[in-house]
Design a protein. Structure first.
Length: 526
């Protein structure tokens, strides 16, 4: 009995510890870290915002800003007409009705060590790629698999490849892979129409994103290839390689190369150039070099974008002494002459071009400060307006700018904001409406709260029963002699005796419920 009396006080303190643990999920529960790309997409008069911070997907009416529906999921989102796919962070792929948010089907993307992810979606088909090389075409409305194909680096071999890009044109699915190949599948049944492999010997080539135009597909790997779409025949090749864009019969190629690949010092200095080639035969139209201005600099990032009035080059150069320097170069698409240039502060930029205006977007950063949205005129680079804003994901439409943020921003756990969405004027980015978006209802949070309340109530009732049983226990004393001829009454059970055991029937289930709630909190189940 003494051993039990010394043991029960710490045991009975356990509900207090579990109540505290079950009631929280960590110090950053309200501000769970940065989300710099909310992945804004729009259709059906709605704009869709994905918020990993609140683990929610929102459908907001574009005209009024009212919330049409919310769904408890977050991850990579793909929009295909009236279908919205989301590859959730818990390895679950889901298809939703984009108008109502109703779940159409879901598929677990993890099977042991194998992981499958949503890769692309078009024509009401979702394409699921597995790290085992399996590509599946799935009906977007009911989740049934229509056809599948195993991607391989070498058709007779067993080594699989990963998809890089997918485009559907005229009933044909054109798929490029990371290492070496391009496939043409018939969309309706997955029949392989043709395949082209750039692999040379035992060496794998890393493919950049392809370009399509003039009945051809252009690939850049160890060199640039031009293939006929109808049958995959090689039409021409060029020794230059890099990022590709095609427009109006011209293929623009953003090339990079080391100054000296055999440099024993391991120098990273590179010369970057843009080539304009005739799409039909690969002949050179013009060339523009963006070599670093001094020997102490080298180009780190070099991207290009075709605009309505020309070609914009975004170049980031690193200096051994000055750090990083960013520049925008606008070139004439016809002859490569420079139209204008703009030096930019060191930030993380993305671009949107619409109706003769180039929009520069930069997110919040602990070094550079608030986010930036700036509008430049394409023809001369003149700044039309500049706005500091918290939102970092931007969607440009015919009549407005939609700026959204999926949750808290950099640094982690800073009290910045929850998910929100704003509609801005195209002319000057002045606000039309702004909405703060609450997290979608969470069944797990509701369940956890029920467990906490019920478990706490049962364990506390068990404690009270235990204390009452101890208080009602008679003190040890010598038995008094019984009168002669009196009957001996032996009670079957007493109230205190029942309480000595009955409190466990309340206390133990209460502790179990609190343990389950605490486990949910520790594992971060929202």
């Amino acid at each position: 009995m003494h051993r039990f009396q010394s043991f029960w006080p710490p045991v009975l303190l356990m509900p207090l510890l579990l109540l505290g643990l079950a009631g929280c999920s960590g110090p950053c529960d309200a501000n769970t870290g940065p989300n710099l790309d909310p992945n804004l997409v729009s259709a059906n008069g709605l704009v869709y915002l994905n918020s990993p911070a609140s683990h929610s997907l929102y459908a907001v009416e574009m005209s009024t800003g009212s919330i049409r529906w919310t769904y408890r999921a977050s991850g990579v989102t793909l929009l295909d007409h009236d279908l919205l796919y989301i590859d959730d962070a818990d390895y679950t792929m889901k298809s939703l009705d984009a108008r109502t948010g109703a779940l159409l089907w879901q598929k677990v993307g993890r099977n042991g060590s194998a992981v499958s992810t949503l890769f692309a979606a078009t024509d009401h088909l979702a394409y699921i790629a597995g790290d085992d090389g399996l590509l599946e075409a799935v009906n977007g409305r009911d989740g049934t698999v229509l056809w599948h194909h195993v991607l391989k680096v070498d058709p007779p071999g067993s080594v699989t490849d990963d998809p890089a890009s997918l485009q559907v044109m005229n009933g044909v699915v054109y798929l490029t892979t990371v290492s070496s190949s391009v496939y043409a599948f018939r969309e309706r049944d997955g029949a392989l129409l043709w395949q082209f492999n750039t692999k040379q010997g035992n060496r794998l080539n890393v493919l950049t994103s392809p370009a399509f135009g003039d009945g051809m597909v252009f690939l850049s790997a160890d060199q640039t290839y031009a293939l006929r779409l109808s049958d995959g025949k090689l039409l021409w090749r060029s020794a230059h390689k890099g990022g590709l864009l095609e427009a109006n019969g011209i293929l623009y190629l953003d090339a990079s190369r080391f100054l000296d690949p055999m440099d024993p010092t391991g120098s990273l200095r590179r010369v970057d150039s843009v080539f304009a080639l005739q799409a039909s035969d690969g002949t050179l139209v013009w060339q523009r070099s963006f070599a670093p201005p001094s020997p102490g600099e080298h180009t780190e990032v070099h991207t290009m974008q075709l605009l309505e009035h020309g070609l914009v080059i975004f170049s980031t150069s690193a200096s051994d002494r000055k750090g990083f320097a960013d520049h925008l170069f606008a070139l004439s698409a016809s002859n490569g002459t420079q139209v204008w240039e703009d030096a930019l502060p060191d930030r993380r930029y993305s671009f949107r071009a619409w109706q003769g205006v180039l929009y520069l977007i930069s997110g919040i950063n602990r070094v550079s400060g608030p986010g930036l949205l700036e509008a430049l005129r394409e023809t001369d680079g003149a700044v039309l307006w500049s706005r500091s804003l918290q939102q970092v994901g931007v969607l440009i439409t015919n009549d407005a700018i939609y700026a959204g943020i999926g949750g808290n921003t950099d640094p982690q756990c800073a009290p910045v904001s929850s998910a929100q969405l704003a509609k801005l004027q195209l002319s000057d980015a002045s606000p039309i409406w702004q909405r703060q978006l609450d997290p979608a209802p969470d069944l797990w949070v509701f369940t956890k709260r029920i467990f906490v309340i019920l478990g706490g109530l049962l364990s506390l009732l068990g404690l009270l029963a235990f204390l009452v049983a101890r208080k009602g226990r008679p003190k040890a004393q010598l038995p008094s002699p019984l009168p002669e001829e009196s009957a001996l009454a032996v009670p079957v059970a007493s109230v205190s005796g029942m309480l000595r055991l009955g409190w466990l029937l309340l206390f133990v289930p209460g502790i179990v419920l609190l343990l389950v709630a605490a486990l949910m909190a520790v594992q971060g189940i929202h």
